[in-house]
Design a protein. Structure first.
Length: 330
């Protein structure tokens, strides 16, 4: 069925249509589909835009006619937000607090400053109160202030599809690894930033923790997205580690069953109730090391069932942990 098209008020529709036409050429059918109105209504809206003095231009020729405003047109209507929209924006900012000192937070603060610059003091005071309505508990925190220059370079590389040279600190070794990469995406995972890229050095896709990237240097080369790239493929992993997916089965005991059922741990998960109030979670996911850590975090309330490698690794980890304690206190 798909998502139901959003309905706009006439004023909002005209403002958004002007912004759309200032970014690209559109046909009447394009605009009708985007704003969920009839082509006849689009013609009326285009006439209204022209009446208001905006320099709307039409294409010539035998092909379907397009309409467009000059690229970079500055006669755009101001953006107005409702209190609830502002509240949602502050919610987003509060949950990105760990990005303080990065260009992302600087840009977001710049957007908020532009929005609030024309507001009366009473409204600004109200917004400050809204900011205290959200108190995210983000632990552990990673700090990215030292990665400011690297993140600025990555922003350009991602937006302009520029190949980059990066120096990355390997977690298990003291030496830095150098990679020539095509940056594809930045991923947010457990309050951390990760660069997902194609490494020409490794001739394969790689994930780099941003806090371990020591330097980013843009090259003069641009890249095209590889045909085997799929953003959906990243969802096959349980976490950030890339690994071929396999069938996973874990049994959770009754005391935590309600908590497990209330959350989506993986897009492929299925949860089945069993006798005694326990539940069994089944999923097809990659990243066995991260799944092992997840199972161990539940202590006695989780039992790995499948695959055998998961069961064996969990058992070995538990045995090693037990060996850390003197026999007399076990």
């Amino acid at each position: 069925m798909g998502r139901r098209p959003k309905r706009y008020s006439q004023a909002d529709r005209l403002a958004l249509m002007i912004r759309t036409l200032a970014s690209r050429a559109c046909t009447v059918n394009d605009l009708a589909q985007q704003f969920a109105v009839t082509p006849r209504q689009v013609y009326r809206d285009l006439a209204r835009i022209e009446e208001e003095g905006h320099p709307l231009a039409q294409s010539d020729g035998v092909r379907e006619r397009t309409w467009q405003l000059p690229l970079g047109y500055r006669g755009l209507p101001p953006i107005s937000l409702t209190p609830l929209e502002l509240m949602s924006l502050y919610l987003a900012r509060s949950n990105l607090a760990y990005l303080a000192g990065t260009p992302f937070m600087d840009d977001l603060d710049g957007v908020l400053a532009k929005i609030t610059s024309g507001l009366p003091q009473r409204t600004i005071n109200h917004l400050e109160r809204i900011g205290h309505c959200f108190l995210p508990f983000l632990r552990p925190l990673r700090r990215y202030g030292k990665q400011t220059e690297a993140l600025k370079a990555l922003q350009k590389a991602l937006l302009l599809q520029r190949t980059a040279l990066i120096r990355h600190q390997r977690p298990s070794r003291g030496k830095e690894a150098k990679h020539r990469v095509d940056p594809y995406a930045l991923r947010l995972y457990q309050n951390g930033l990760y660069l997902w890229a194609y490494s020409h050095t490794a001739a394969d896709y790689r994930t780099f923790a941003v806090e371990r990237i020591r330097q980013v240097e843009l090259t003069g080369e641009t890249f095209s997205v590889r045909s085997d790239f799929s953003a959906e493929k990243l969802d096959e992993n349980f976490g950030i580690m890339e690994e071929a997916p396999q069938m996973i089965r874990i049994r959770f005991s009754r005391p935590v069953a309600h908590f497990v059922k209330e959350r989506q741990w993986h897009p492929t998960q299925r949860i089945k109730k069993v006798d005694g109030g326990d539940v069994i979670v089944t999923m097809r996911a990659g990243g066995l090391d991260e799944i092992v850590s997840w199972v161990l975090s539940w202590g006695e309330n989780a039992t790995a069932l499948e695959p055998p490698a998961l069961v064996e690794t969990v058992l070995r980890k538990l045995s090693s942990a037990l060996a850390q304690y003197p026999a007399k206190i076990r």
